[in-house]
Design a protein around this ligand. Structure first.
Ligand code: ARG
Length: 480
Protein backbone atom coordinates (compact mmCIF):
# COMPACT_ATOMS: atom_id res chain seq x y z
CA UNK A 1 0.00 0.00 0.00
CA UNK A 2 1.09 3.52 -0.74
CA UNK A 3 1.78 4.23 2.90
CA UNK A 4 5.00 6.20 2.66
CA UNK A 5 5.65 9.87 2.20
CA UNK A 6 2.52 11.28 3.70
CA UNK A 7 1.91 14.49 5.54
CA UNK A 8 -1.07 15.39 7.64
CA UNK A 9 -1.21 18.85 6.12
CA UNK A 10 -2.46 17.32 2.93
CA UNK A 11 0.66 17.49 0.76
CA UNK A 12 2.72 14.58 -0.45
CA UNK A 13 6.41 14.58 0.36
CA UNK A 14 9.03 13.75 -2.21
CA UNK A 15 10.19 10.12 -2.23
CA UNK A 16 13.48 11.06 -0.56
CA UNK A 17 11.90 13.04 2.22
CA UNK A 18 10.61 10.04 4.15
CA UNK A 19 9.96 11.58 7.55
CA UNK A 20 6.76 13.32 8.39
CA UNK A 21 7.83 16.91 8.84
CA UNK A 22 5.00 19.15 9.83
CA UNK A 23 5.38 22.46 8.05
CA UNK A 24 5.46 25.67 10.09
CA UNK A 25 2.52 27.25 8.30
CA UNK A 26 0.63 28.91 11.14
CA UNK A 27 1.46 32.59 11.64
CA UNK A 28 0.28 34.98 14.34
CA UNK A 29 -3.06 35.72 12.65
CA UNK A 30 -3.95 32.07 12.11
CA UNK A 31 -2.79 31.31 15.64
CA UNK A 32 -5.19 33.90 17.04
CA UNK A 33 -8.03 32.60 14.88
CA UNK A 34 -7.30 28.99 15.82
CA UNK A 35 -7.63 29.88 19.50
CA UNK A 36 -10.65 32.19 19.13
CA UNK A 37 -12.31 29.90 16.56
CA UNK A 38 -12.38 26.95 18.94
CA UNK A 39 -13.22 29.00 22.01
CA UNK A 40 -16.26 30.62 20.42
CA UNK A 41 -18.61 27.72 19.78
CA UNK A 42 -21.75 26.68 21.55
CA UNK A 43 -21.10 28.05 25.03
CA UNK A 44 -21.86 31.71 24.56
CA UNK A 45 -25.25 30.75 23.06
CA UNK A 46 -26.11 28.06 25.63
CA UNK A 47 -24.31 28.60 28.94
CA UNK A 48 -25.51 32.11 30.00
CA UNK A 49 -28.78 30.72 31.30
CA UNK A 50 -26.94 27.96 33.21
CA UNK A 51 -24.50 30.38 34.79
CA UNK A 52 -27.49 32.48 35.83
CA UNK A 53 -29.30 29.36 37.07
CA UNK A 54 -26.41 28.45 39.39
CA UNK A 55 -25.57 31.94 40.73
CA UNK A 56 -29.03 33.50 40.68
CA UNK A 57 -28.39 37.08 39.55
CA UNK A 58 -27.23 38.95 36.44
CA UNK A 59 -24.49 40.81 38.36
CA UNK A 60 -22.99 37.59 39.73
CA UNK A 61 -23.27 35.99 36.26
CA UNK A 62 -21.23 38.80 34.71
CA UNK A 63 -18.62 38.41 37.46
CA UNK A 64 -18.39 34.68 36.73
CA UNK A 65 -17.93 35.37 33.00
CA UNK A 66 -15.14 37.86 33.74
CA UNK A 67 -13.48 35.51 36.24
CA UNK A 68 -13.60 32.64 33.73
CA UNK A 69 -11.89 34.88 31.15
CA UNK A 70 -9.21 35.79 33.67
CA UNK A 71 -8.67 32.14 34.59
CA UNK A 72 -8.42 31.17 30.92
CA UNK A 73 -5.87 33.96 30.42
CA UNK A 74 -3.73 32.87 33.39
CA UNK A 75 -3.97 29.24 32.27
CA UNK A 76 -2.98 30.14 28.74
CA UNK A 77 0.03 32.20 29.89
CA UNK A 78 1.23 29.18 31.85
CA UNK A 79 0.73 27.01 28.78
CA UNK A 80 2.63 29.57 26.73
CA UNK A 81 5.70 28.91 28.85
CA UNK A 82 5.08 25.15 28.64
CA UNK A 83 4.75 25.36 24.86
CA UNK A 84 7.97 27.30 24.42
CA UNK A 85 9.97 24.95 26.66
CA UNK A 86 8.51 21.68 25.31
CA UNK A 87 8.40 22.39 21.62
CA UNK A 88 6.50 19.31 20.46
CA UNK A 89 2.84 19.36 19.39
CA UNK A 90 0.26 17.49 21.42
CA UNK A 91 -0.65 19.99 24.16
CA UNK A 92 -1.53 18.58 27.57
CA UNK A 93 -0.64 15.07 26.48
CA UNK A 94 2.97 15.79 25.58
CA UNK A 95 3.55 18.07 28.60
CA UNK A 96 2.31 15.43 31.02
CA UNK A 97 4.42 12.84 29.21
CA UNK A 98 7.60 14.92 29.44
CA UNK A 99 7.08 16.43 32.92
CA UNK A 100 5.31 13.67 34.81
CA UNK A 101 5.49 10.34 33.07
CA UNK A 102 4.16 7.81 30.68
CA UNK A 103 1.19 6.40 32.65
CA UNK A 104 -0.54 9.74 33.40
CA UNK A 105 0.01 10.80 29.78
CA UNK A 106 -1.50 7.54 28.57
CA UNK A 107 -4.51 8.03 30.87
CA UNK A 108 -4.99 11.49 29.41
CA UNK A 109 -4.86 10.21 25.82
CA UNK A 110 -7.24 7.38 26.72
CA UNK A 111 -9.72 9.73 28.44
CA UNK A 112 -9.58 12.30 25.70
CA UNK A 113 -10.27 9.76 22.96
CA UNK A 114 -12.94 7.85 24.83
CA UNK A 115 -14.62 10.68 26.73
CA UNK A 116 -13.72 14.34 26.56
CA UNK A 117 -13.39 14.81 22.82
CA UNK A 118 -16.51 12.84 21.84
CA UNK A 119 -18.40 14.43 24.75
CA UNK A 120 -17.52 17.91 23.60
CA UNK A 121 -18.48 17.11 20.03
CA UNK A 122 -21.78 15.67 21.29
CA UNK A 123 -22.45 18.77 23.41
CA UNK A 124 -21.62 21.20 20.62
CA UNK A 125 -23.80 19.35 18.12
CA UNK A 126 -26.66 19.14 20.61
CA UNK A 127 -26.55 22.91 20.90
CA UNK A 128 -26.40 23.22 17.12
CA UNK A 129 -29.51 21.02 16.98
CA UNK A 130 -31.36 22.94 19.67
CA UNK A 131 -30.88 26.18 17.76
CA UNK A 132 -31.84 24.79 14.40
CA UNK A 133 -34.90 22.96 15.76
CA UNK A 134 -35.95 25.91 17.98
CA UNK A 135 -36.53 28.01 14.86
CA UNK A 136 -39.26 25.58 13.80
CA UNK A 137 -40.89 25.22 17.24
CA UNK A 138 -41.10 28.80 18.45
CA UNK A 139 -44.35 28.44 20.40
CA UNK A 140 -44.15 24.87 21.67
CA UNK A 141 -41.59 22.58 23.29
CA UNK A 142 -39.14 20.84 20.96
CA UNK A 143 -39.41 17.04 20.67
CA UNK A 144 -36.13 15.63 22.03
CA UNK A 145 -35.94 12.96 19.35
CA UNK A 146 -35.86 15.63 16.63
CA UNK A 147 -33.08 17.49 18.48
CA UNK A 148 -30.99 14.32 18.87
CA UNK A 149 -31.43 13.25 15.24
CA UNK A 150 -30.39 16.72 14.07
CA UNK A 151 -27.30 16.54 16.31
CA UNK A 152 -26.46 13.14 14.81
CA UNK A 153 -26.73 14.55 11.28
CA UNK A 154 -24.37 17.39 12.26
CA UNK A 155 -21.77 14.90 13.57
CA UNK A 156 -22.03 12.76 10.44
CA UNK A 157 -21.66 15.73 8.09
CA UNK A 158 -18.60 17.00 9.99
CA UNK A 159 -17.06 13.53 9.93
CA UNK A 160 -17.54 13.31 6.17
CA UNK A 161 -16.04 16.78 5.61
CA UNK A 162 -13.03 16.03 7.82
CA UNK A 163 -12.52 12.62 6.20
CA UNK A 164 -12.72 14.10 2.69
CA UNK A 165 -9.98 16.70 2.96
CA UNK A 166 -7.97 18.74 5.44
CA UNK A 167 -8.28 21.77 3.19
CA UNK A 168 -12.06 21.49 2.97
CA UNK A 169 -12.18 21.31 6.76
CA UNK A 170 -9.95 24.37 7.22
CA UNK A 171 -11.90 26.42 4.66
CA UNK A 172 -15.12 25.59 6.48
CA UNK A 173 -13.42 26.66 9.69
CA UNK A 174 -12.53 30.07 8.25
CA UNK A 175 -16.04 30.73 6.93
CA UNK A 176 -17.58 29.63 10.19
CA UNK A 177 -15.23 31.81 12.27
CA UNK A 178 -16.11 34.91 10.30
CA UNK A 179 -19.83 34.17 10.53
CA UNK A 180 -19.77 33.62 14.27
CA UNK A 181 -17.91 36.85 15.00
CA UNK A 182 -20.39 38.77 12.83
CA UNK A 183 -23.36 37.30 14.71
CA UNK A 184 -21.82 38.14 18.08
CA UNK A 185 -21.22 41.71 16.89
CA UNK A 186 -24.89 41.93 15.86
CA UNK A 187 -25.91 40.77 19.35
CA UNK A 188 -23.55 43.29 20.99
CA UNK A 189 -24.80 46.14 18.79
CA UNK A 190 -28.44 45.23 19.55
CA UNK A 191 -27.67 45.27 23.27
CA UNK A 192 -25.99 48.66 23.05
CA UNK A 193 -29.05 50.07 21.28
CA UNK A 194 -31.34 48.67 23.99
CA UNK A 195 -29.17 50.12 26.75
CA UNK A 196 -29.04 53.48 25.02
CA UNK A 197 -32.85 53.41 24.84
CA UNK A 198 -32.93 52.99 28.61
CA UNK A 199 -33.52 49.22 28.98
CA UNK A 200 -31.32 49.08 32.02
CA UNK A 201 -33.71 47.54 34.60
CA UNK A 202 -31.89 44.24 34.82
CA UNK A 203 -28.60 45.97 35.43
CA UNK A 204 -30.04 47.87 38.40
CA UNK A 205 -30.22 45.76 41.59
CA UNK A 206 -28.22 43.32 39.58
CA UNK A 207 -27.01 41.30 42.56
CA UNK A 208 -30.51 40.57 43.89
CA UNK A 209 -31.10 36.83 44.53
CA UNK A 210 -27.40 35.97 44.26
CA UNK A 211 -26.74 32.41 45.39
CA UNK A 212 -23.51 31.94 47.29
CA UNK A 213 -21.93 28.63 48.12
CA UNK A 214 -18.92 26.75 46.87
CA UNK A 215 -20.90 24.09 45.01
CA UNK A 216 -23.14 26.32 42.84
CA UNK A 217 -20.26 28.71 42.11
CA UNK A 218 -18.10 25.76 41.02
CA UNK A 219 -20.87 24.55 38.70
CA UNK A 220 -21.39 28.07 37.33
CA UNK A 221 -17.66 28.15 36.58
CA UNK A 222 -17.96 24.80 34.78
CA UNK A 223 -20.62 26.27 32.50
CA UNK A 224 -18.70 29.51 31.89
CA UNK A 225 -15.36 27.80 31.42
CA UNK A 226 -16.89 25.57 28.76
CA UNK A 227 -17.32 28.69 26.62
CA UNK A 228 -13.68 29.56 27.14
CA UNK A 229 -12.39 26.05 26.53
CA UNK A 230 -10.05 25.95 23.60
CA UNK A 231 -7.71 28.55 25.20
CA UNK A 232 -4.88 26.02 24.96
CA UNK A 233 -5.70 24.84 21.46
CA UNK A 234 -2.63 26.35 19.81
CA UNK A 235 -0.47 24.22 22.11
CA UNK A 236 -1.72 21.12 20.25
CA UNK A 237 -0.06 22.28 17.03
CA UNK A 238 3.11 24.12 18.14
CA UNK A 239 5.25 22.13 15.70
CA UNK A 240 3.35 23.90 12.94
CA UNK A 241 3.54 27.40 14.43
CA UNK A 242 6.02 29.89 12.94
CA UNK A 243 8.42 31.31 15.53
CA UNK A 244 6.53 29.77 18.48
CA UNK A 245 8.64 31.47 21.17
CA UNK A 246 7.18 34.79 20.10
CA UNK A 247 3.89 33.88 18.45
CA UNK A 248 2.51 31.50 21.07
CA UNK A 249 2.49 34.04 23.94
CA UNK A 250 1.40 36.80 21.57
CA UNK A 251 -1.51 34.85 20.08
CA UNK A 252 -2.71 34.01 23.58
CA UNK A 253 -2.46 37.63 24.70
CA UNK A 254 -4.53 38.80 21.74
CA UNK A 255 -7.13 36.03 21.44
CA UNK A 256 -8.19 35.53 25.03
CA UNK A 257 -8.82 39.17 26.04
CA UNK A 258 -10.67 39.59 22.73
CA UNK A 259 -12.96 36.63 23.41
CA UNK A 260 -13.47 37.70 27.05
CA UNK A 261 -14.46 41.20 25.95
CA UNK A 262 -16.93 39.84 23.37
CA UNK A 263 -18.45 37.33 25.85
CA UNK A 264 -19.04 39.94 28.56
CA UNK A 265 -20.69 42.36 26.12
CA UNK A 266 -22.86 39.60 24.65
CA UNK A 267 -24.04 38.69 28.16
CA UNK A 268 -24.82 42.33 28.90
CA UNK A 269 -26.85 42.36 25.71
CA UNK A 270 -28.82 39.24 26.71
CA UNK A 271 -29.59 40.83 30.07
CA UNK A 272 -30.64 44.08 28.42
CA UNK A 273 -33.25 42.25 26.32
CA UNK A 274 -34.43 39.43 28.59
CA UNK A 275 -35.23 39.41 32.29
CA UNK A 276 -33.85 36.55 34.42
CA UNK A 277 -37.12 34.58 34.25
CA UNK A 278 -37.24 34.83 30.45
CA UNK A 279 -33.60 33.83 30.24
CA UNK A 280 -34.00 30.81 32.49
CA UNK A 281 -37.07 29.51 30.68
CA UNK A 282 -35.62 29.94 27.21
CA UNK A 283 -34.65 26.87 25.17
CA UNK A 284 -32.10 28.83 23.21
CA UNK A 285 -30.99 32.17 24.67
CA UNK A 286 -29.81 33.84 21.50
CA UNK A 287 -33.05 32.92 19.65
CA UNK A 288 -35.15 34.38 22.48
CA UNK A 289 -32.93 37.45 22.27
CA UNK A 290 -33.44 37.53 18.49
CA UNK A 291 -37.23 37.21 18.73
CA UNK A 292 -37.30 40.22 21.06
CA UNK A 293 -34.77 42.40 19.31
CA UNK A 294 -34.62 41.36 15.65
CA UNK A 295 -38.19 40.08 15.17
CA UNK A 296 -38.49 38.47 11.76
CA UNK A 297 -34.70 38.56 11.33
CA UNK A 298 -34.20 35.98 14.10
CA UNK A 299 -33.24 33.37 11.52
CA UNK A 300 -29.99 35.29 11.15
CA UNK A 301 -29.07 34.37 14.72
CA UNK A 302 -29.98 30.70 14.24
CA UNK A 303 -27.88 30.57 11.11
CA UNK A 304 -24.94 32.23 12.89
CA UNK A 305 -25.19 29.81 15.81
CA UNK A 306 -25.29 26.89 13.39
CA UNK A 307 -22.06 28.16 11.79
CA UNK A 308 -20.45 28.86 15.15
CA UNK A 309 -21.15 25.46 16.63
CA UNK A 310 -20.17 23.58 13.47
CA UNK A 311 -16.94 25.61 13.29
CA UNK A 312 -16.01 24.83 16.86
CA UNK A 313 -16.82 21.12 16.55
CA UNK A 314 -14.76 21.12 13.39
CA UNK A 315 -11.87 22.64 15.38
CA UNK A 316 -12.21 19.93 18.03
CA UNK A 317 -12.09 17.24 15.34
CA UNK A 318 -9.06 18.92 13.76
CA UNK A 319 -6.88 19.49 16.82
CA UNK A 320 -7.98 16.17 18.34
CA UNK A 321 -6.58 14.48 15.25
CA UNK A 322 -3.15 15.98 16.03
CA UNK A 323 -3.19 14.83 19.64
CA UNK A 324 -4.19 11.34 18.52
CA UNK A 325 -1.38 11.35 16.03
CA UNK A 326 1.25 12.49 18.58
CA UNK A 327 0.06 9.92 21.14
CA UNK A 328 0.31 7.16 18.54
CA UNK A 329 3.77 8.46 17.59
CA UNK A 330 4.77 7.89 21.23
CA UNK A 331 3.36 4.34 21.10
CA UNK A 332 0.41 5.10 23.37
CA UNK A 333 -2.47 4.50 20.99
CA UNK A 334 -3.40 1.70 18.61
CA UNK A 335 -1.60 2.17 15.31
CA UNK A 336 -4.85 2.31 13.40
CA UNK A 337 -5.84 5.57 15.11
CA UNK A 338 -2.75 7.33 13.82
CA UNK A 339 -3.16 6.23 10.20
CA UNK A 340 -4.16 8.47 7.32
CA UNK A 341 -6.16 7.82 4.17
CA UNK A 342 -3.76 6.97 1.34
CA UNK A 343 -5.26 9.42 -1.14
CA UNK A 344 -7.12 11.97 0.90
CA UNK A 345 -4.40 12.23 3.58
CA UNK A 346 -6.90 12.71 6.38
CA UNK A 347 -6.73 10.87 9.74
CA UNK A 348 -9.99 9.06 8.97
CA UNK A 349 -9.80 6.16 11.49
CA UNK A 350 -9.44 8.61 14.41
CA UNK A 351 -12.26 10.73 12.98
CA UNK A 352 -14.63 7.80 12.43
CA UNK A 353 -13.90 6.41 15.88
CA UNK A 354 -14.53 9.80 17.53
CA UNK A 355 -17.71 10.28 15.58
CA UNK A 356 -18.96 6.82 16.57
CA UNK A 357 -18.50 7.51 20.30
CA UNK A 358 -19.96 11.02 19.96
CA UNK A 359 -23.09 9.52 18.38
CA UNK A 360 -23.49 7.14 21.30
CA UNK A 361 -23.05 10.04 23.73
CA UNK A 362 -25.88 12.13 22.31
CA UNK A 363 -28.44 9.39 23.05
CA UNK A 364 -28.66 9.60 26.86
CA UNK A 365 -27.28 13.05 27.52
CA UNK A 366 -28.26 16.66 27.64
CA UNK A 367 -26.05 19.69 27.14
CA UNK A 368 -25.65 20.88 30.69
CA UNK A 369 -24.70 17.54 32.25
CA UNK A 370 -22.18 16.82 29.49
CA UNK A 371 -20.59 20.20 30.19
CA UNK A 372 -20.31 19.58 33.93
CA UNK A 373 -18.56 16.23 33.47
CA UNK A 374 -16.40 17.58 30.65
CA UNK A 375 -15.20 20.53 32.74
CA UNK A 376 -14.55 18.29 35.74
CA UNK A 377 -12.34 15.99 33.67
CA UNK A 378 -10.40 18.64 31.76
CA UNK A 379 -9.72 20.71 34.88
CA UNK A 380 -8.48 17.61 36.62
CA UNK A 381 -5.90 17.26 33.83
CA UNK A 382 -5.08 20.97 33.68
CA UNK A 383 -4.37 20.76 37.43
CA UNK A 384 -2.14 17.69 37.08
CA UNK A 385 -0.34 19.32 34.19
CA UNK A 386 0.29 22.60 36.01
CA UNK A 387 1.47 20.73 39.12
CA UNK A 388 4.01 18.92 36.92
CA UNK A 389 5.02 22.22 35.35
CA UNK A 390 5.60 23.85 38.76
CA UNK A 391 7.59 20.84 39.92
CA UNK A 392 9.93 21.01 36.92
CA UNK A 393 10.15 24.82 37.08
CA UNK A 394 11.31 24.62 40.70
CA UNK A 395 13.51 21.53 40.27
CA UNK A 396 15.22 22.60 37.06
CA UNK A 397 15.35 26.39 37.10
CA UNK A 398 18.15 26.46 34.53
CA UNK A 399 16.27 25.05 31.51
CA UNK A 400 16.20 27.78 28.85
CA UNK A 401 12.78 29.41 28.93
CA UNK A 402 12.11 31.75 26.00
CA UNK A 403 8.91 32.97 27.66
CA UNK A 404 8.77 33.10 31.45
CA UNK A 405 5.52 33.33 33.33
CA UNK A 406 5.64 34.79 36.88
CA UNK A 407 5.37 31.79 39.22
CA UNK A 408 2.33 33.21 41.01
CA UNK A 409 0.23 32.70 37.84
CA UNK A 410 0.52 28.90 37.64
CA UNK A 411 0.03 28.75 41.41
CA UNK A 412 -3.28 30.62 41.09
CA UNK A 413 -4.39 28.35 38.24
CA UNK A 414 -3.44 25.28 40.25
CA UNK A 415 -5.47 26.46 43.26
CA UNK A 416 -8.40 27.25 40.94
CA UNK A 417 -8.24 23.82 39.35
CA UNK A 418 -8.16 22.06 42.72
CA UNK A 419 -11.22 24.10 43.71
CA UNK A 420 -12.97 23.35 40.42
CA UNK A 421 -12.43 19.63 40.77
CA UNK A 422 -13.17 19.35 44.47
CA UNK A 423 -16.03 21.84 45.02
CA UNK A 424 -18.72 20.14 42.91
CA UNK A 425 -17.80 16.72 44.35
CA UNK A 426 -18.16 17.96 47.90
CA UNK A 427 -21.02 20.39 47.51
CA UNK A 428 -23.13 18.85 44.72
CA UNK A 429 -22.05 15.21 44.80
CA UNK A 430 -23.15 13.07 41.85
CA UNK A 431 -22.27 9.50 41.11
CA UNK A 432 -21.12 10.65 37.68
CA UNK A 433 -17.89 12.18 39.06
CA UNK A 434 -16.98 8.87 40.67
CA UNK A 435 -17.60 7.08 37.37
CA UNK A 436 -15.32 9.56 35.59
CA UNK A 437 -12.49 8.87 38.08
CA UNK A 438 -13.01 5.10 37.90
CA UNK A 439 -13.03 5.31 34.14
CA UNK A 440 -9.75 7.26 34.05
CA UNK A 441 -8.11 4.77 36.41
CA UNK A 442 -9.42 1.84 34.39
CA UNK A 443 -7.03 2.98 31.66
CA UNK A 444 -4.25 1.50 33.81
CA UNK A 445 -5.62 -1.99 33.06
CA UNK A 446 -4.92 -1.32 29.40
CA UNK A 447 -1.64 0.48 30.00
CA UNK A 448 0.16 -2.34 31.79
CA UNK A 449 -0.12 -5.04 29.09
CA UNK A 450 -0.37 -2.85 25.98
CA UNK A 451 2.16 -0.06 26.63
CA UNK A 452 4.36 -1.35 29.44
CA UNK A 453 4.72 -4.93 28.20
CA UNK A 454 4.05 -4.03 24.54
CA UNK A 455 1.60 -6.94 24.28
CA UNK A 456 0.12 -7.12 20.82
CA UNK A 457 -1.96 -10.25 20.17
CA UNK A 458 -2.13 -11.63 16.67
CA UNK A 459 -5.85 -10.97 16.38
CA UNK A 460 -5.17 -7.26 16.98
CA UNK A 461 -2.64 -7.15 14.22
CA UNK A 462 -4.92 -8.89 11.77
CA UNK A 463 -7.83 -6.64 12.80
CA UNK A 464 -5.61 -3.61 12.15
CA UNK A 465 -4.68 -5.03 8.77
CA UNK A 466 -8.31 -5.63 7.82
CA UNK A 467 -9.32 -2.17 8.94
CA UNK A 468 -6.40 -0.74 6.99
CA UNK A 469 -7.64 -2.43 3.82
CA UNK A 470 -11.24 -1.48 4.44
CA UNK A 471 -10.53 2.17 5.21
CA UNK A 472 -7.60 2.49 2.77
CA UNK A 473 -5.31 3.94 5.42
CA UNK A 474 -1.60 3.60 6.14
CA UNK A 475 0.80 4.82 8.82
CA UNK A 476 2.04 8.39 8.42
CA UNK A 477 5.80 8.62 8.74
CA UNK A 478 7.09 9.09 12.25
CA UNK A 479 9.41 11.96 13.07
CA UNK A 480 12.92 10.88 13.94
N1 ARG B 1 -15.57 26.63 23.87
C1 ARG B 1 -16.27 25.75 22.99
C2 ARG B 1 -17.73 26.06 22.99
O1 ARG B 1 -18.15 27.02 23.60
C3 ARG B 1 -16.05 24.30 23.31
C4 ARG B 1 -14.65 23.83 23.13
C5 ARG B 1 -14.49 22.39 23.45
N2 ARG B 1 -13.10 22.14 23.62
C6 ARG B 1 -12.51 20.97 23.52
N3 ARG B 1 -11.26 20.92 23.72
N4 ARG B 1 -13.14 19.90 23.22
O2 ARG B 1 -18.50 25.38 22.36
Amino acid sequence: MNGKNMRLDGEKTSPKQENLQLKRGIGLFSGVSLIAGTMIGSGIFMSPQWVLYYVGSPGASLLIWAACGLLAMLGALTYAELGTVIKESGGDYIYILRNIGSLPAFLLAFTSIMVTRPASIAAISLSFAEYVVASFYQDCPMPQVVVKCTAAVCILVLTIINCLSVRLATSFMNIFTTAKILVLLVIIAGGMVLLAKGNTQVLQNSFENTVTGFGPIGLAFYQGLWSYDGWNNLNSVTEELKNPQVNLPRAVMIAIPLVTFIYILVNVSYFAALNPTELLSSDAVAVSWGVKVLGTWTWLISLGVAFSTCGSANGVFFSGGRVCYVAAREGHLPDILSMVHVNRLTPSPALIFTSFISLIMIIPSDFSSIINFFSFTVWLYYGVNIAGFLYVKIKKPDIPRPYKVPIIIPIIVLIASVYLVVAPIIFSPQLGYLYVILFILSGTILYIPVVHYKWSPKVFRSLTLHLQLLLEVAPADKEQ
